[in-house]
Design a protein around this ligand. Structure first.
Ligand code: NAP
Length: 254
């Protein structure tokens, strides 16, 4: 038996990186998975990969800034698979980086919309569906940046991701009695499109690697295993946490 057998899961930001690895792992552990992101071709490839491995998945492309899209993902899970047990709200963007005095209001708002408002909209529609069947597990992808590590030039990203921790705690307190657990995973650097886009030189990668006690960055699959823990009944008494999976970056100052 897989750890998510008979469960239905939803994963946003599934077209690449951590979300993609997590969707594959959820399916391998027995979940039926609804996958979302904007790039429909990447989602189609992912669904084909999951099916080829014997799993079950369906894709719906859209922008997580849209409440209609948040609702449509839940409706798809309910109509296609009959329920929703796990929601991994993972889509995110670095947004406008650089000196805070140079960040535009539009850039600030866009980072919050993709990283934080999307999580609120997702949970708003996911929770009622989870409650129909006794509860579920919601996971957000925050980050060590803005929590236990500060990088200059990351104001919008850090603020939006730190906001996810407040959202996590509020939702966990509000819905715990009804069986909905809510947790945030806080990765250190993970080797994905986002990481490579930000660290496109050997010098930059060496600097980031050096920030971690393990002296390497994570593979997306390593984050997926931590998310699986929070999604599954293995973490049945875990809620409201900010769960660092950061290779020791938070305890290291080099
Ligand atoms: P990634 O490979 O770039 O994945 C980002 C995902 O988010 C993609 O699937 C992207 O899909 C989706 N996305 C972005 N904006 C979206 C939007 N407006 N609507 C729908 N989907 C959207 O990077 P990743 O590292 O796996 O990032 C996943 C999460 O981990 C993010 O929340 C990120 O902030 C967080 N994180 C990453 C690191 C790291 O070092 N990589 C560290 C800490 C936290 P489309 O482009 O197809 O829409």
């Amino acid at each position: 038996m897989g750890r998510l057998t008979n469960k239905v899961a939803l994963v946003t930001g599934a077209s690449s990186g951590i979300g993609r690895a997590t969707a594959r792992l959820f399916a391998a552990e027995g979940a039926k998975v609804v996958v979302g992101a904007r790039r429909s071709s990447e989602l189609a490839t992912l669904v084909a990969e999951i099916e080829a491995a014997g799993g079950e998945a369906i894709a719906l492309a859209g922008d997580v800034q849209s409440e209609d899209y948040a609702k449509a993902l839940v409706t798809l899970a309910a109509e296609k698979y009959g329920r929703l047990d796990v929601a991994y709200n993972n889509a995110g963007t670095l947004g406008e980086m650089g000196p805070t005095t140079g960040i535009s209001e539009a850039g600030w708002n866009a980072a919050l919309a993709t990283n934080l408002t999307s999580a609120f909209l997702g949970a708003k529609h996911q929770i009622p569906e989870m409650l129909k069947h006794g509860g579920g597990s919601i996971i957000f992808t925050s980050t060590f940046v803005g929590y236990s590590f500060a990088f200059p030039g990351t104001a919008a990203y850090a603020a939006s991701k730190a906001g996810l921790i407040g959202l996590t705690q509020a939702l966990a307190a509000e819905y715990g009695a009804q069986g909905v657990r809510v947790n945030a995973v806080l990765p250190g650097a993970v080797d994905t499109e986002m990481y490579r886009g930000m660290n496109d030189s050997n010098e930059s990668q060496t600097f980031v690697i050096g920030l971690h006690a393990l002296k390497r960055v994570a593979k997306p699959e390593e984050l997926a295993r931590s998310v699986l823990y929070l999604a599954s009944d293995d973490s049945s008494f875990v809620t409201g946490t900010a769960s660092l999976v950061d290779g020791g970056a938070s305890i290291t100052r080099t």
